[in-house]
Ligand binder design. Structure first.
Ligand code: SF4
Ligand code: SF4
Length: 182
């Protein structure tokens, strides 16, 4: 196993809805085949429509292997996060890369725990979507002070995670990529 494979199998953050909400499909992707392999491909409402599927990806196995690896979408094959690139280029040691992955996973797990405490148990949705839904729900209703305290902790945890993700993982800003009207 290469050090890159070892790193990704310890991570899975670019497939499990932690770093991204969706995977966009392009002209070189075989939509029919991906659907047959169990991915729920949808079309955006944008003009022209864009085919995509949501994360967490249905093809991500418990051991963080990709069940459709040989047929994975182009976007999946192309993506290498900053930590992966740095490790591959020898700018950081694999032990440091694994430490960063562990740190990010720990932070994401903490965010999921806080979301659950606030009543969001929709583990099949991306982290960003869950946070936004919880934020809307709490800001529109009369949340009790205890929930308000947990939400403050959650907001801080999300902020810290975003800083880490932007500094070490994202290679372009996902907030600034053209939006998908889904
Ligand atoms: S986020 Fe980076 S290290 Fe993690 S699985 Fe994706 S490419 Fe690999
Ligand atoms: S198809 Fe494979 S590589 Fe792409 S998001 Fe799903 S699990 Fe990850």
């Amino acid at each position: 196993m290469t050090s890159g494979e070892k790193l990704c199998l310890a991570c899975g953050l670019c497939c499990d809805g932690t770093l991204f909400d969706i995977v966009r499909l392009g002209p070189d992707d075989e939509v029919k085949k991906l659907k047959a392999l169990g991915l729920s491909v949808s079309l955006s409402r944008a003009q022209p429509p864009v085919a995509f599927f949501r994360q967490p990806c249905a093809a991500l196995c418990a051991d963080r292997k990709c069940r459709v690896y040989a047929d994975r979408p182009v976007q999946c094959g192309d993506f290498e996060c900053g930590v992966f690139k740095d490790a591959q280029a020898g700018r950081i040691k694999i032990t440091s890369a694994l430490r960063l992955v562990k740190q990010a996973r720990r932070q994401a797990d903490n965010i999921r725990r806080l979301l659950r405490e606030l009543g969001d148990t929709e583990e099949q949705r991306s982290l960003r979507e869950r946070f936004r839904r919880t934020q809307r729900r709490l800001e529109s209703g009369n949340s009790d002070p205890a929930a308000g305290e947990i939400f403050a902790e959650l907001s801080l945890a999300v902020h810290r995670f975003r800083l880490l993700a932007h500094e070490k993982f994202y290679t372009s800003d996902p907030e600034k990529t053209p939006g998908l009207d889904v």
